[in-house]
Design a protein around this ligand. Structure first.
Ligand SMILES: Cc1cc2nc3c(=O)[nH]c(=O)nc-3n(C[C@H](O)[C@H](O)[C@H](O)COP(=O)(O)OP(=O)(O)OC[C@H]3O[C@@H](n4cnc5c(N)ncnc54)[C@H](O)[C@@H]3O)c2cc1C
Length: 414
């Protein structure tokens, strides 16, 4: 089958790879000059089934409300006149019950575990380079009180099969010696030994090259301008380089997916949630983290990627801008320096902001809607790097008329 994948972020590239393996003729179109230039560019890098909690939970509405007048919180809500944001926010608030949080978390966890298994298979099969680090991730708490709450929260994943170890500061320093000097600043944590990390951009760029070597065509610098439907079928995609036609289309345009399908009458519940990251050199002269983790009290994630260290934070509901100011990074840098004072060269920072394509539930949208030859693979939210391989396999199964290994409950167009 001739298949056109729209978008070459980590979601689009992994889908292209799976579809090629199934013997399809695959083309990929993207407005950027290379793969993974948007949300997949400089994310936190954590492949983290052990952290696959739904964001919508009973405590979040209060946090979002107080963020209207405070600027120092990890979750930030900014009032914008965009009616789509209001509609999305209402749906998100409806998910903020204990029961919905539980259901959404378990669905995310199942997809993340499945995806990690396929991710490992893919890495083994292809040898794709991505500055990966296995050996687990550490989720740390600064106080006994937050630790007790954190452990209670984490139990849902432990009960669902996630390997976890409750660790005190000495054990944390044993697992990651780079944290030895910060032992007295940490009350303890949860160690997930099967979680891992790596550079999603490097992975996507290298996997795109492998796709090209298998015969896929990548049309970069090619914006998708419109999708044209005829009844229940997509007839063509209008791009900046002319019309493109295929038997099947896969939609992976990240947080821009809703714009592409609005004109064919589809309203996708995906909204951008902005996050910030810094990347700094981390050479042998530094004491960089051996494995990645999260400073849970400050919601700052970190990991080492080869000879670099990545630090990320913040979930900002504020529209589609990816602009950033030095002040956006102050809190995350202070938290990272507190834990890793010599983690890297803090004088040579690369700043970045990106948009997570979030659904209210936190689960992606996969499979078919009203158009028989348009398959959705989008809305992976804050876990698209972790979920990419699993989502791609589900999409390839559906296109290949096979039953996916995972039930699709909560992951189809709702
Ligand atoms: C700060 C931050 C930290 C994160 N940390 C993690 C983490 O630790 N672990 C994890 O699993 N996930 C993490 N994520 C989430 C993850 O990065 C995303 O879920 C994932 O990158 C989404 O991939 P995607 O391919 O759907 O979107 P994108 O990477 O945005 O790809 C969409 C592609 O579509 C293209 N496109 C858009 N519009 C058009 C158009 N009109 N025409 C042509 N092309 C178009 C874009 O150029 C882009 O290449 C994080 C995200 C952020 C922002």
């Amino acid at each position: 089958m001739k298949i056109l994948v729209l978008g070459s972020g980590v979601a689009g590239v992994t889908a292209a790879w799976r579809l090629l393996r199934d013997g399809h003729e695959v083309s990929v179109v993207d407005r950027q000059p290379a793969a993974a230039e948007e949300a997949s560019f400089a994310n936190a890098g954590l492949v983290a089934p052990g952290h696959s909690f739904a964001w919508a939970s009973p405590k979040v509405p209060k946090i979002l409300l107080s963020s209207l007048w405070r600027n120092d919180q990890a979750f930030r809500f900014r009032l914008t006149p965009d009616p789509r944001m209001w509609a999305w926010s209402l749906k998100f608030l409806r998910q903020c019950t204990a029961e919905r949080a539980r259901v959404n978390t378990l669905r995310k966890h199942a997809l993340c575990l499945y995806s990690q298994r396929l991710f490992r298979d893919l890495v083994e099969e292809t040898g794709v380079e991505y500055d990966g680090r296995t050996g687990g991730l550490l989720y740390m708490y600064r106080t006994a009180e937050t630790m007790a709450r954190g452990i209670a929260n984490m139990r849902i994943l432990a009960d669902d099969g996630q390997e976890q170890e409750i660790v005190d500061p000495d054990r944390i320093a044993e697992i990651d010696p780079a944290l030895s000097a910060a032992r007295d600043k940490i009350a303890g944590g949860v160690y997930c030994p099967t979680d891992e990390s790596g550079d999603a951009r490097m992975f996507s760029v290298n996997l795109a090259r492998l796709c090209q070597a298998k015969g896929a065509e990548f049309h970069f610098d090619t914006p998708v301008e419109a999708i044209v439907a005829d009844g229940d079928r997509i007839e063509r995609v209008v791009t900046g380089q002319g019309d493109m036609r295929a038997d099947m289309y896969v939609l992976s345009l990240g947080c821009h997916s809703p714009h592409a399908v609005r004109s064919i009458g589809v309203n996708l519940p995906i909204y951008p949630v902005k996050g910030y990251s810094v990347t700094l050199p981390a050479g042998p002269e530094n004491i960089a983290p051996a494995i990645g983790g999260v400073d849970e009290d400050n919601l700052v994630a970190y990991c080492r990627m080869g000879d670099r260290m990545r630090i990320t934070a913040t979930a900002e509901f504020a529209g589609y801008s990816t602009s950033h100011r030095p002040s956006d990074f102050v809190k995350m840098l202070s938290s990272a320096k507190d834990l890793f004072p010599n983690g890297g060269d803090y004088d040579r920072l690369e700043y970045w902001a990106g948009l997570r394509p979030m659904t209210p539930e936190g689960t992606p949208i996969l499979g078919f809607g009203r158009h028989r030859n348009l398959c959705y693979n989008t809305g992976h939210g804050h876990m698209g790097w972790t979920m990419a391989c699993g989502a791609a396999a589900i999409v390839a199964d559906l296109i290949g008329d096979r039953t996916p290994e995972l039930p699709l409950d909560g992951m189809t167009l709702r």
